[in-house]
Design a protein around this ligand. Sequence first.
Ligand SMILES: [Zn+2]
Length: 350
Amino acid sequence: MNRVTMDKQANQAGEEHDRQGGAAVKALAAGEFSDMAAAFTSAGLSVERPAHGMLRLSRPSAEPKRMRLLLSVGIHGDETTPVEIVGRILHGLAQAPQRSSLATDLDLMLVVGNTAAIAAGRRFIDADLNRMFRDQRGDLAQTAEALRADDIMRATAAFFKGGPAGEKWHLDLHTAIRPSRYPAFAVVPDDIAQPGKLALLGCLGAAGLEAAILNPASAGTYSAWTAGRFGAVAATVELGQVGSIGGNDLERFAAASAMLDAFLATGAPPSAPPPAIFRVKQQLVKQSPAFRMAIDRMAPNFTEMQPGELIAEDGDVIYRVGSEPEYVVFPNPDVRPGLRAGLMVIRSAL
Ligand SMILES: [Zn+2]
């Protein structure tokens, strides 16, 4: 066979792989795992589908002391970059599951969070799913997202039941809705035990993340719940800006994708120097409809504010920067009263 023919065949094989990878992404976005589940079953793995949009893969009759990795995507329906990244990785795994750590050291659960919102091309149907991971949901208890959170919490509890905390990992993959001074960053629950936290920060460094925010308070997020309830090594990972499927620039997130590949290949988190560390100084909680932010609602994440500067007003409550510069993250004055309208963070040592 001559060189040109070989190149042509390689190109065709590459295109075929891309086409199948694209189909896998679409299936994942719809919470559909049938084709992939069949591939994993025929490779001898135990395949469970705890609820729509969820897939659990393990080795049959596994010993209890294995790494458990929970990957969640699409908790916000308009955040499709992680759906694409994980869809392509899963497609690769399904081609050769026996070459991954699934056959030996790692149990994997995949959760596609808000499949109804993904289908509708919206962030959520009734309310933000990533505020529902708590027992008290007040007047949001009857929303579509509250019911979906119940399903996810049930499947997650079954997955993380028993075993050492340090070997339960949860990466909840998102994309931010605004530009950011650090395009890829994470929010890390501060109550994770230190050895796990250090391993997590190294893993986030390996994923190309540039900043990590240690947050002592839960806002009802999925990762705060898995950390608090199961001692999981967990993070909310922001991989860049919202886009539509096919329109996301995956090259920018090659490091995150490579980190996940390495984790799944070896059954252990890869490690690199950690990102810059920030710590939450204030939570901006919207108390009433009178809440007003002094900063532009489209201000990039990690916009620096100076000591004493006005951040927001909410009737008699005034939020100001303290004695050192603070950086604003997730500013969103449009949330419902009672919810977090932003975080103020400061640079910190570990
Ligand atoms: Zn999100």
